[in-house]
Design a protein. Structure first.
Length: 387
């Protein structure tokens, strides 16, 4: 991580969403604090004014910087001399687009939780706005910032696997194996609602993570796909299980499975990539290990911060080998890399090139194009669809 700060201050952070009862907002706040690069100074933390005020008070946000709406926050913060530099958007999916547009229109940089928005059209509009304004935009596909994932990416780029032939990625969970959305589970209720979650259920929630991870490590683009999209739990309006065949632009083949009805699984994101010289395997629940199996050599177990790890894999390491790092630290790596980008932007300097690995607006657009293609294939009887 960068040890210099041309701004001579912390980055001023605002947040939309993340009030009482929210999960991901707290994760973003921890990530922003971990390397002490940000200060949370403003928020529109809930669509309910009383919840927004109470949440802001708990987070020591001044009353005059707790807002009832993201539109008011964008306008008033943009008018302040000490206004926010960047806004984190941690709402349910349907609010990502309007909140991001409000911030970009106000000249405020954006960190947005995934998926980017609800439709390809919204994604294209956001991409055009980012290009028009020249503002920075980060999408928190946090698994790309795990040190061993970045090491895997570099190994592929360095040709250690040879020409990539097969990409296998899966993300099984079991927490929605019953109609948990009919209980008081806030996280389940909006994820099962098409008006708030968008076109995809498990597809949008965790399938986009699997899609992004596979592309990040392999460096490949999907050329076409064939998808079986199911709502296995009776009465559910959005998918809870998707199985997808993939064809990549270099001729490689792949499969992606995302499920929230796989009983016994918690967060089983797993990636395997095979070339003509070797293969790698990484599991999110054991994130500090990367298996490398060369064609003509002994299998290797690479460890986070251990011997033989390159610069990309060492960049996000904070503690010695054997002391596990994972989910929160992955988010924090994205926040620290984005801090390098933003500090450079605000001070007129150049960021460390390694800080540019943070997923951005183009990854968000590709994610929405992927979701749309999967839904289209599923509705057409698992037909092959080009991207």
């Amino acid at each position: 991580m960068s040890n210099t700060n041309p701004l001579n201050r912390r980055i001023r952070l605002g947040m939309v969403g993340g009030g009482h009862g929210a999960f991901i907002g707290a994760v973003h706040r921890i990530a922003a604090r971990l390397d002490d690069r940000y200060e949370l100074v403003a928020g529109a933390l809930s669509s309910k004014p009383d919840v927004a005020r109470a949440s802001a008070e708990e987070l020591f946000i001044a009353p005059d910087r707790s807002y009832d709406s993201f539109d008011a926050m964008a306008k008033q913060e943009a008018a302040r001399e000490d206004g926010i530099d960047v806004c984190a958007i941690v709402t349910p999916n349907h609010l990502h687009f309007p909140a991001a547009m409000a911030m970009l229109d106000a000249g405020i940089h954006v960190i947005c939780d995934k998926p980017l928005c609800l439709t390809v059209e919204e994604a294209e509009t956001l991409a055009a706005k980012v290009k028009e304004t020249g503002l920075l935009f980060a999408l928190t596909h946090n698994y790309t910032a795990y040190p061993m994932v970045r090491e895997a990416r570099q190994m592929v780029a360095d040709g250690k696997l040879g020409d990539i032939r097969v990409v296998q990625v899966e993300y099984p969970q079991g927490w929605m194996a019953t109609r948990v959305e009919d209980t008081d589970n806030k996280q389940a209720s909006w994820r099962a609602d098409p008006a708030k979650a968008g076109m995809g259920g498990a597809l949008g929630d965790i399938g986009t993570h699997a899609h992004n991870l596979a592309g990040f490590v392999s460096g490949l683009e999907i050329s076409e796909l064939c998808a079986d999209v199911d709502a296995i739990v009776e009465g559910r309006k959005l998918d809870d299980n998707v199985q997808i065949l993939l064809r990549y632009n270099n001729g490689a083949r792949g499969m992606l499975w995302a499920s929230q009805v796989a009983i016994g699984h918690e967060n089983g994101l797993k990636l395997r990539v095979y070339g003509d010289k070797g293969g790698i395997e990484w599991e999110q629940e054991h994130p500090n290990h990367l298996h490398f199996r060369p064609l003509d050599g002994r299998p290797e177990l690479l460890t986070r911060g251990g011997a033989g790890i390159g610069a990309e894999g060492l960049r996000g390491v904070r503690v010695p080998p054997g002391h596990p790092e994972g989910y929160l630290e992955g988010f924090a790596n994205l926040y620290s890399d984005f801090a390098d980008q933003l500090t450079a932007c605000l001070s007129g300097t150049s960021p460390d090139p390694a800080a540019l690995l943070v997923p951005g607006i183009q990854e968000g657009l590709k994610g929405m194009q992927f979701v749309e293609a999967v839904v289209r294939s599923g509705k057409d009887g698992a037909s092959w669809v080009k991207l």
